[in-house]
Write a protein that binds this ligand. Structure first.
Ligand code: MRU
Length: 365
């Protein structure tokens, strides 16, 4: 997608040095556009943990390149299997909730098993990471194609009047490689000339909605309005929201959806107001081993300072301001789980389906 009219992906291999992976540093958006280099698995680990990159599909692709970078640093083939296993475990410990991380690591580790030579394993890991990146781009494009009719139908029912879509956090192209998940049908509808407007939840404490989703939509020219997190319920009661589309970090086989903290409350409000609540995700976000998302999906807890301080742009630099008593205790859960019963449907690259085990398992085929 575009930033200042130039096309970017969120991650790429440097054109002249294939041992250098480059990313857009999301910590400084929307205020500054910075590109960072990743040359080691440790830098990759930090980039994921400290959220230079974030969002489930992008975390996955970054991890795939991270394994490649880790293999590059192995000096000899002594205890190779053990060294490789440790690379995977190390990267997997960077963030706990987004299953795309494990998906991507398992994918690369699985593929490199086909060779005994370190050099070949490096080549296979590089190819696999590149392929995963391409596949996730195509998956997101297809999510847009498959989700578009849901918006189009509402537009037709409203006789072409503006369709109001509410989204939470950033499930946009910055959370993926291109297109986004929740934003893919939105961008598709916008391109097709369907009149839309997006309500963007600010998404405390890190404000991914206000900082990243608003930035993306503004850059692509999509009409939008940022709202405080607690505003969605009122808008729904007043008939100002036609549908909700969010992303997911992990969806269990029974259809429970882990996504950014606050998603569950929006689903409850949507249910109470009979507003469709859609979740857009690639199949790499489905945890095929988990049948009960509410009880089994691990919920990341992050640093208390993310709640205690607000970060913003002041006097041409990033500034942090404390917004509460220094000594008050804080807890910072980063995700919640929306029960399947509140999800109208899942939008995936393989089609739109009900959020239940029978339908989700059919997506695999
Ligand atoms: O903590 P983050 O910013 O990585 O959380 C991101 C989200 O919750 C997104 O909604 C999710 O990853 C969907 S990705 C398209």
């Amino acid at each position: 997608m575009k930033i200042n009219n130039n096309y970017y992906h969120t991650i790429w291999v440097d054109k002249t040095d294939s041992k250098k992976i480059q990313i857009i540093d999301q910590r400084s958006l929307p205020f500054e556009f910075k590109i960072k280099d990743l040359r080691t698995i440790k830098e990759t680990y930090i980039a994921i943990k400290d959220m230079w990159v974030r969002g489930a599909p992008l975390i996955g692709v970054t991890a795939a390149y991270g394994i490649y970078l880790g293999l590059l640093s192995i000096e000899n083939s002594k205890n190779l299997d053990q060294k490789i296993k440790e690379l995977g475990e190390y990267l997997e410990s960077s963030r706990p909730t987004a299953i795309n991380l494990k998906y991507a690591i398992d994918l690369v580790l699985g593929k490199i098993q086909s060779s005994d030579s370190l050099e070949e394993k490096i080549n296979i890991a590089f190819d696999t990471a590149n392929q995963l990146k391409a596949t996730e781009i195509e998956n997101c494009r297809l999510i847009g194609v498959n989700g578009f009719p849901l918006i189009e139908k509402i537009s037709k029912a409203k006789k072409g009047a503006v369709v109001n879509i509410l989204t939470h956090c950033n499930a946009g192209w910055l959370a993926c490689i291109d297109h986004g998940t929740a934003t893919a049908p939105i961008y598709f509808a916008h391109e097709k000339g369907v009149k839309i407007h997006v309500w963007v939840d600010e998404t405390r404490p890190r404000n991914q909605g206000a900082r990243l989703t608003a930035f993306e939509l503004e850059q692509q020219g999509v009409p939008h309005t940022v709202i405080a997190d607690n505003t969605g319920g009122l808008l729904m009661q007043k008939g100002m929201v036609d549908l909700v589309i969010v992303g997911s970090d992990r969806t269990s086989v029974n259809g429970d959806v882990a996504n950014k903290i606050g998603t569950y409350l929006k689903a409850l409000a949507a249910h109470d107001n009979s507003i469709p609540f859609y979740v857009a995700l690639p199949l790499s976000t489905i945890d095929w081993d988990t049948d009960d998302g509410i009880n089994e999906i691990p919920i990341e807890q992050r640093d208390e300072n993310e709640v205690k301080y607000v970060e913003g742009w002041h006097n041409d630099q990033m500034t942090k301001v404390r917004i509460m008593p220094e000594k008050s205790p804080v807890v910072n859960y980063a995700f919640d789980v929306t029960p399947a019963k509140y999800v109208t449907a899942l939008i995936t690259e393989n089609g739109v389906c009900k959020a239940n085990k029978t339908n989700i398992e059919r997506l695999k085929i």
